[in-house]
Design a protein around this ligand. Structure first.
Ligand SMILES: Nc1ncnc2c1ncn2[C@@H]1O[C@H](COP(=O)(O)OP(=O)(O)O)[C@@H](O)[C@H]1O
Ligand SMILES: [Mg+2]
Length: 478
């Protein structure tokens, strides 16, 4: 029997066995050819015995080899089964994909992951099982894998035949088949659970962040409210200290004023008598007139002191703030004009009435206008287009209660920051003696407090001063 070239190249145990049998036969035939029939006849009995022995030895040798081959064959079968089991039932899916993206091989796990029979996957595009949103990611992954010798990993979303989806991690590397074509081998792991856990974790974290932010905001609001409350309490406290201070001072002032009032009137009267009796233009008359002038000044201060000390005088009734402002401005108008001051008055329509003693509130506005005039004249001794006094009245809400707010604004020389806290003190003045008594603002403050209102000062040195008065509105009628 002749062996073909192809057969002789085969390497399987079976073919090796066949080859060995053939070799034995060839040796025997050669031996036989060497011995022509005539030679055989010529052979001695000894030669024939030798030949038969040789052939037997060959035969036994071959049988041993045969047995070895059979064992190897069985072992090979066993290990083949073992490795194909390992391949098929591995915990991850294995895919071998051609360079044109077709599945060439897949293990059973891989087929199960895609919920498709294995034979239906072969020669199908692997991309069919990739979510359309992740097609680009897979394309980039396979390009990276073919261009590099290293293993690469990526996470993509996959779609099964039944349209159900899962997250997969692909770890791939490239190799060449026998014909030199590039193949991609990928191990595929279902990581849906991990992804879901990550998602849940992220949601928890976001929720927690949200809670913390909410809580921080809440605390911020509470903090702000507390701060406001603390400031308000501080204000009320300092206000009540000031008020009690004023009350004590008022009582003292009232006592002193009463003591001074009578004697000073006596002094003025006697001085008047002296003046009347003295010859005109005489030194005596001049002294008497000076006594009267200085005495008058004392009388004015004493009167101021008395009005400062006086508590509730006159009954309070609902009054139109418009009327009070108009009356005050009518009184002060001539002086304002003389000073070359531009006066603006703006009283909002329909603002509520206030419960007030009108003469007292009028006195407050007169004091404020007097201070404003002084400040404006200090800054602009002559006329100036910026020499402005503005009086506005609007309705505001303070502590949820309706109030009328009157702001007396002047563009005068303002108040130095260092003395703002002192200007409300009785007898505090920056004006030369004989010009200021230092009582205007403290009297005004006392009156406004007595009406249940507040007086605030805002000022910028060299620029402006705002005196802001809030008076509780009459809630009965407008
Ligand atoms: N509109 C204002 N512009 C600048 N300073 C002012 C103004 N109003 C008050 N002041 C300051 O407050 C001080 C106290 O004012 P006040 O109690 O009315 O007393 P007086 O006017 O007699 O000085 C003033 O001397 C002045 O320094
Ligand atoms: Mg004054």
């Amino acid at each position: 029997m002749k062996t073909t070239k192809r057969q002789s190249r085969e390497k399987s145990p079976k073919s090796r066995l066949r080859r060995n049998t053939a070799t034995l036969r060839r040796i025997a035939e050669k031996e036989m050819k060497r011995l022509s029939p005539a030679d055989t006849k010529k052979m001695s009995g000894e030669d024939i015995v030798k030949l038969v022995h040789e052939l037997r030895v060959h035969q036994i040798e071959l049988e041993v080899q045969n047995e070895e081959l059979r064992t190897t064959h069985v072992q090979l079968e066993e290990s083949r089964t073992k490795y194909s089991d390992l391949y098929d039932f591995a915990p991850v899916g294995y895919f071998t994909v051609t360079d044109s993206g077709m599945i060439r091989e897949v293990n059973l796990t891989g087929a199960r992951q895609l919920a498709t029979d294995r034979h239906l996957l072969i020669k199908k595009p692997f991309a069919h099982f990739i979510h359309k949103d992740h097609a680009d990611a897979y394309y980039l992954h396979s390009r990276e894998v073919t261009e590099s010798k290293d293993r690469k990993a990526c996470e993509i979303q996959m779609v099964r035949k039944d349209k159900s989806e899962f997250y997969a991690q692909l770890v791939s590397s490239s190799m060449k088949d026998i014909s030199g074509k590039t193949l991609i081998r990928s191990a595929l792991m279902n990581i849906t659970e991990r992804k879901n856990a990550e998602k849940e974790l992220k949601e928890h974290r976001d929720h927690l962040t949200e809670l913390v932010e909410d809580r921080t905001a809440q605390l911020g609001t509470v903090n702000e409210r507390l701060e406001k409350e603390i400031n308000e309490r501080k204000r009320v406290e300092s206000e009540s200290i000031r008020t009690s201070h004023l009350v004590a001072l008022g009582e003292l002032a009232a006592g002193v004023a009463h003591e001074i009032n009578n004697p000073i009137n006596g002094i003025i009267n006697y001085a008047q008598m002296l003046a009347n009796k003295s010859p005109g233009e005489s030194r005596e008359q001049d002294i008497a007139l000076r006594l009267i002038k200085e005495g008058d000044r004392i009388a004015v201060i004493v009167n101021n002191l008395l009005s400062f000390a006086r508590d509730a005088h006159g009954a309070k009734c609902p009054v139109r703030i418009h009327d009070i402002i108009s009356d005050t401005l009518a009184l002060a108008q001539a002086q304002i004009k003389n000073d070359g001051i531009h006066l603006n008055a703006s009283i909002a329509r329909g603002i509520p009435n206030v419960i007030a003693q009108p003469q007292q509130i009028e006195q407050v506005f007169l004091n404020l206008i007097s201070n404003a005039r002084h400040a404006l004249n200090e800054k602009y001794p002559g006329t100036n287009k910026n020499k402005i006094l503005t009086v506005t009245a609007t309705e505001v809400t303070v502590h949820n209660q309706p109030h009328v707010q009157v702001v007396v604004h002047d563009t005068g020389n303002g108040i130095q920051p260092g003395i703002v806290h002192m200007v409300l003190n009785p007898f505090f003045t920056t004006k030369p003696s004989g010009v200021g008594t230092g009582l205007g603002l403290s009297i005004s403050h006392g009156i406004v407090s007595d009406h249940g209102g507040t007086l605030k000062i805002e000022s910028k040195e060299g620029e402006y001063t705002d005196i802001i008065i809030d008076l509780p509105a009459d809630r009965q009628k407008k």
